[in-house]
Design a binder for this molecule. Structure first.
Ligand code: 5GP
Length: 178
């Protein structure tokens, strides 16, 4: 798999240090609040698992699956819920954990969807952000790294379902898309 990458843009150690930083901040901000951490499948799975292991306060976890780009590298803007959470979030603090914010349309949809269930608060945590690609205003409360407007893979992020298990984040060689 490493041979398919043109370069590694964020290495494993740098990711883990950042995940620890975010976990420490969440542990501080949510002390005594027992939040529900919602992992958006499948892209955020690796990040969410590492993150919750580093959070030092009681939390609950849940999972939601939404449609991704399919096998393409472009956002369709159409979001489909494939699996909903099982928890009752009414009156609860929730933290949505995403892999990457690109146009922001997925998170906007999820945020509005949860808002209807009257949680006490909603915060967004995303490992990666592509600020140049945003099509709407979106506030990320806990953010790992900004990346440029290019397609990245690894640490949960796929291309045609491949490369999710790389422990770092990189960019594929041009010829892989052909
Ligand atoms: P948005 O709705 O913000 O445009 O897209 C969000 C989703 O698109 C992410 O959760 C992720 O699944 C996918 N996505 C966006 N950019 C990338 C990227 O650079 N690489 C990969 N593998 N997926 C991406």
């Amino acid at each position: 798999m490493r041979n398919d990458l043109a370069k590694i843009i964020i290495d494993e150690e740098t990711i883990q240090e950042k995940v620890q930083e975010i976990a420490d901040q969440i542990s501080k901000d949510y002390k005594g609040k027992n939040p529900i951490v919602i992992c958006i499948l499948r892209g955020a799975a690796l990040f969410a698992v590492d993150l919750i292991k580093k959070i030092a306060i009681p939390i609950e976890i849940d999972f939601m699956a939404v449609s991704s780009y399919g096998d393409s590298t472009k956002s369709s803007g159409v979001v489909q819920i494939k699996k909903d959470i099982d928890s009752d979030i009414t009156g609860r603090h929730i933290i949505i954990v995403e892999d990457i914010v690109d146009t922001g349309l997925t998170l906007k949809y999820i945020d509005e969807y949860y808002e209807k269930h009257n949680p006490k608060s909603i915060k967004i945590c995303s490992l990666l952000d592509k600020p140049e690609a945003h099509e709407i205003d979106i506030e990320i409360d806990y953010k790992g790294f900004d990346v440029g407007n290019e397609f990245v893979v690894g640490y949960g992020l796929d291309y045609a379902q491949k490369y999710r298990n790389l422990p770092y984040i990189g960019i594929l060689k041009e010829e892989i898309y052909k």
